[in-house]
Design a protein around this ligand. Structure first.
Ligand code: OVV
Length: 406
């Protein structure tokens, strides 16, 4: 038995093309659209010799793999490393990196803390912060990433969770660690992990009950410990999950919404025509069109077959959600940003039992900021080149020079 990047070395399954490409290469991560097309053209799966793994990006096959938690498990990690073969860099998430039935209790505790009522009560607070932030940026030369996308979720989300000591830099650094850790030991991962000695302990500290305000989402997770549903340690681990999954994802989505609208002024006109009515659909289309979470792995737990391909137990499959969400075999004019389209069924929030548990609070954040933009801004003008950031799991902008016209 040999290992590649911490998982079982496998042979290419019969009938699967061997593809000498590195999906974790910075030039692909920062310009993934041609790679997505090449991937879908390979058929249901391709075999990547560099990583000894399968990759898929067609809509149907990606959905099948992502939806079936029995054959394609998350407990062996959703990155390259197989947790059954060695120690991960941090204790595994007790909601993401776990399978049913263990998954059900922890997921329910988060769902309770993020109930529709909780999110509904947060909406006016999000809108007030979005209104003030957008108003402060109008008419100035700004960076859509540093001045808006990173600021908004890092303002409202820590408040909603109830962090007593919010720190945007620390939260963003942790996000970089968590998502880059899903890839190989490349430069992106090493750069993010260089901050681990400072950021890791800081995050652990913020997850403690004493560092969370009363009435926040974090305190609501600890209420499940008071009810005997979770241990105190498990409650802390679930707060860690909120801080892992709830920052970079929404920051990326807001940045990519600005980019999408800057490229498609006619779509911004549609939003402006009815900001309250269309902001939510615009955010959903942003998630489909740009897939902030670009790719996660699953691991086959049994010998199985998908789309006529026999796959051995222990195989890592890189599921490229970004490619599935732009598959023109499934979507009409897949490569067009269209806030009026039916986005139902997109894979940007995953599929199956692990579908994003924070999706309603994420939507509330996106809706607030897009509604504020539609209400206050006449045009989103890009004033310089968009720069994308190489990341092993997220497709994110590094900077986006903009002017928000009054
Ligand atoms: C990167 C990520 C996504 C979703 C959940 C978690 C992490 C977690 O730590 O639970």
């Amino acid at each position: 038995m040999t290992l590649t990047e911490g998982h079982l070395t496998i042979d290419p399954p019969a009938g699967v093309p061997v593809w000498n490409v590195d999906p974790y290469a910075p030039d692909i991560q920062t310009d993934p659209i041609p790679f997505f097309a090449d991937l879908r053209a390979k058929g249901p799966f391709a075999y990547l010799p560099k990583y000894s793994m399968l990759i898929c990006g067609g809509y149907e096959v990606t959905k099948e793999v992502f939806s079936d938690h029995e054959r394609f498990v998350s407990s062996r990690g959703v990155g390259l490393q197989d947790f059954s073969m060695g120690e991960p860099w941090r204790p595994p998430s007790i909601v993401l990196e776990v399978d049913p039935p263990d998954h059900n209790r922890t997921r329910r505790a988060i769902m309770r803390a993020l109930s529709p009522k909780v999110v509904a009560d947060l909406k006016p607070l999000f809108k007030a912060d979005a209104d003030a932030l957008v108003a402060s940026l109008i008419g100035r030369d700004i960076d859509g990433v540093a001045d808006l996308a990173e600021v908004f979720p890092c303002t409202v989300f820590p408040k909603a969770v109830g962090l007593k000591n919010p720190d945007r830099k620390m939260l963003l650094s942790y996000g970089l660690m968590v998502f880059n850790a899903l890839g190989p030991d490349n430069a992106q991962r090493q750069a993010a992990m260089a901050n681990a000695p400072v950021v890791g302990p800081w995050i652990a500290e913020q997850c403690l009950r004493e560092n969370l305000t009363e009435g926040g989402i974090g305190a609501a997770i600890y209420a499940s410990a008071d009810d005997g549903v979770l241990t105190e340690d498990e409650a802390g681990m679930l707060v860690r999950s909120l801080l892992s999954a709830g920052v970079d994802t929404t920051v990326t989505a807001v940045g990519s919404a600005l980019w999408s609208f800057a490229k498609a002024p006619e779509q911004f006109a549609v939003l402006r025509d009815d900001p309250q009515g269309r902001a939510l659909a615009a955010f959903e289309e942003t998630i489909r069109y740009t897939s902030p979470v670009n790719a996660f792995c699953r691991t086959t737990n049994v010998d199985t077959e998908v789309a006529g391909v026999s796959i051995a137990a222990g195989t890592k499959i890189l599921c490229v959600l970004g490619a599935a969400n732009l598959d023109d075999a499934h979507w009409l004019e897949a490569d067009r940003f269209d806030i009026s389209r039916r986005t139902i069924g997109h894979l940007g929030l995953g599929a199956g039992v692990h579908t994003c548990v924070g999706q309603n609070i994420a939507r509330a954040e996106g809706q607030a900021v897009l509604q504020a933009l539609g209400e206050q801004v006449s045009a989103i003008k890009q004033t310089g080149p968009a720069v994308w950031r190489a990341n092993n799991a997220i497709r994110a902008l590094d900077s986006l020079p903009l002017r928000l016209e009054a």
